[in-house]
Design a protein around this ligand. Structure first.
Ligand SMILES: Nc1ncnc2c1ncn2[C@@H]1O[C@H](COP(=O)(O)OP(=O)(O)OP(=O)(O)O)[C@@H](O)[C@H]1O
Ligand SMILES: [Mg+2]
Length: 256
């Protein structure tokens, strides 16, 4: 197994709050790695550090053996690390297809992407292919703001796929999504994984994580508590304690 993405003892404080405390993690090439932990344990902050949206106070991040610790978001993205956001970031007034075309033109900058009047035929074809792949091609001409929560997550996935990243970080892909769409999202992840994409997935839906992931890392209070296979994790007393001890009530998101 080769390590694709590696986080080594990363720390990050916001004022007096230690959001990440010497947190380490690795994603093997070809794997679907899960990242779980109670609310506020630092999962999204870790994603932000990996993808260049936050600079860590100490520690390092490397991708394919090269250090990317201080690289900005567009650099990290261009190197092949794609991500989605816990709160989806789509342009509600643009159509679904227009959102995709912004993605295809992203390397020209957001504003040019938004204002450029014509897209090439190959960009249109590629955008439609990915929309069809995630199952929302029929909604291409709808305003993105009219999509359900789950459909927005699928649009964000399609949007990331346009850039053909090697590893995709998904922040709560199943959160607030109905069961049918959750299963669809899981299928898409599995089929992309078969075609060679690696994943790092933050998710509170345990069934989703345990069924999909090869390995899981559990975070607690900003640090990695344990890593192992889903069945190792499921039976680890430290994990149960992290979720149930210390007054930390574990919240699952409501499905809509
Ligand atoms: N920009 C910020 N400024 C100040 N505090 C922050 C910031 N971002 C995160 N935090 C704090 O850092 C801690 C970790 O937050 P983070 O969002 O990484 O947790 P999480 O594991 O993703 O939680 P959840 O499961 O609820 O999404 C929390 O206490 C949070 O309030
Ligand atoms: Mg989060």
């Amino acid at each position: 197994m080769t390590t694709l993405l590696s986080v080594d003892r990363v720390s990050k404080a916001f004022g007096g709050l230690q959001a990440l405390d010497e947190c380490s993690l690795s994603v093997e090439k070809g794997s679907i790695t899960g990242l779980i932990g109670p609310n506020g344990s630092g999962k999204t902050t870790l994603f932000n550090v990996i993808t260049g949206y936050e600079k860590p106070d100490s520690g390092s991040v490397s991708f394919e053996g090269a250090e990317i610790t201080r690289a900005g978001p567009s650099k990290v993205f261009a190197l092949g690390v794609g991500r989605t956001f816990q709160i989806t970031r789509i342009f509600a007034r643009l159509t679904v297809l227009e959102n995709m075309l912004v993605a295809t033109q992203r390397d020209e900058g957001w504003l040019r992407g938004l204002t450029r009047s014509k897209s090439s035929k190959s960009e249109l074809v590629s955008a439609m292919e990915w929309l069809d792949f995630v199952g929302i091609g029929r909604l291409a001409s709808q305003p993105a703001g009219s999509l359900s929560f789950g459909q927005r997550k699928l649009l964000e996935l399609a949007y990331v796929l346009v850039a053909d990243p090697d590893v995709i970080l998904l922040d709560e892909p199943a959160g607030g999504v109905n069961l049918t769409l959750i299963n669809e999202i899981a299928d898409k992840i599995q089929s992309l994984n078969k075609s060679g994409k690696s994943f790092l997935i933050v998710e509170h839906n345990m069934e989703f994580v345990m069924n999909l992931c090869d390995r899981v890392t559990v975070m607690h209070q900003g640090t990695d508590l344990v890593s192992g296979t889903p069945s190792e994790i499921r039976n680890d007393p430290l994990v149960l304690d992290a979720y149930l001890g210390g007054g930390d009530v574990y919240e699952t998101e409501e499905s809509s």
